[in-house]
Design a protein around this ligand. Structure first.
Ligand SMILES: [Fe+2]
Ligand SMILES: [Fe+2]
Length: 177
């Protein structure tokens, strides 16, 4: 992905941070959480440019929105509902964030909360107050939307490449028999 120099300047200190780079070890939607965060950040940055949002704050919080290790079903602290708080907790250990950036990260799962309130059978165990997860700024909605779009893109891409590999193996197996 070719990133423009303004974006690179905004995000350089995070991208080059070793603790952030450690996200390369976490698998997320068939790619790494490091790549997922970069994609969400860059798309947020582009949307913020288009809709006159705060490009710096969405780029930074987009990068840090999933700053945690492990899988969302590993433990309660990093569940679907709770991982935004864990991401903030980790992010402020290494970077200075303002209130808007913290709020953007804390509310980035609003798309999931809406889905959960529309279909209550989804993850019944976790009770949430949807108001708590509602973004308080345009920037929050931008990162939330980018996260949703990138997650759909990554999941579809992963499923297609997974199925293609399976079919290829199946065909090779038939040929070399
Ligand atoms: Fe997330
Ligand atoms: Fe995400």
């Amino acid at each position: 992905m070719k990133l423009n120099s303004e974006y690179k300047n905004i995000t350089k200190n995070i991208i080059e941070n070793d603790n952030f780079k450690a996200l390369k070890n976490d698998i997320h939607h068939g790619s790494t959480r490091y790549d997922h965060c970069k994609r969400v950040s860059y798309l947020s940055y582009l949307i913020a440019k288009l809709f006159k949002g705060n490009v710096e704050e969405v780029a930074v919080s987009g990068l840090l929105h999933d700053f945690f290790h492990g899988k969302t079903n590993d433990n309660d602290e990093i569940s679907y509902v709770n991982h935004p708080k864990k991401s903030v907790e980790n992010a402020i250990k290494y970077f200075e964030l303002n209130d808007n950036e913290i709020n953007i990260i804390e509310t980035h799962m609003y798309h999931y909360i809406l889905l959960k309130s529309t279909f209550p059978f989804i993850n019944k165990k976790e009770k949430v107050n949807s108001k708590e997860y509602k973004p308080t700024s345009k920037d929050g909605y931008i990162v939330c939307l980018s996260d949703l779009l990138i997650s759909i893109y990554e999941t579809l891409k992963f499923k297609v490449s997974y199925k293609t590999s399976l079919y290829t193996l199946f065909i090779i197996n038939l040929i070399v028999r």
